[in-house]
Design a protein around this ligand. Sequence first.
Ligand code: KIV
Ligand code: NA
Length: 276
Amino acid sequence: MDRVTVSSLKEMKEAGHKIAMITAYDYPSALFAEEAGAEVLLVGDSLGMVVLGYDSTVPVTMEEMLHHVKAVVRGSKRSMVVADMPFMSYQVNYTDALYNAGRFLKEGGAQAVKLEGGSEIAELVAKLVTAGIPVMGHIGLTPQSVNALGGYKVQGKDLKTAQKLLDDAKALADAGAFAIVLECVPAALAAKITESIPIPTIGIGSGVNCDGQVLVYHDILGMYPRMLPKFVKRYADLSSLIKEAIRQYVQEVKEQQFPEEKHSFTMAPEILERIY
Ligand code: KIV
Ligand code: NA
């Protein structure tokens, strides 16, 4: 089967078919997410928090992202792989931004990149698109700016910021972005943005009327103990399953219940007798 493309996602919006996106960070998470039917795998810079243990996404580097993008690409055949551009990989100048974005396609094997920001990055988005790099936008709560935003909170509740978010979405669409993540935007504003632009919106904490949804793999599966935002739905409690399985293993090792004979290899006894 062919890979999901920017045009198939646009067709899904037009047909009213919801887009399911989930983050993936390695080979097994990509395999599972694709087999479970997700159209888009986002190698999010949430990598830094849920996989690498940083306190925020701010420290994540290009090399860390590329390492994981490659693994996700190896684990996927049909889903679109989108690589998150890490903090400061696209803000310094156009040259570095184009070079870094290009690396995700050339070296990483991703099909698109995602950047946080609105009108202020529209010109950059246009340059990337012109260079042949599909761009997904990301507005609302933009975690790379946590230090400027003063925490992780809902965006666009007052007149000025609501208008800015709608303007940002339009500017990104006009610049050629193929989709936009709306993070922690009030549901009614997300609905208005969704009907105002021709490209799909992918919501996270932004209500049911976006064209698609995205959640972090570890949040869906209950594998990130440090925080649980209001917008997350936990579909499994894998932390408990994992800890219980490992606890049993540790106990069986100590009590010599593992390994059993079936896990071991045999040899001819006369060989053993002849070594000293
Ligand atoms: O890094 C990430 O996982 C993201 C999504 C939550 C949209 O940017
Ligand atoms: Na991100």
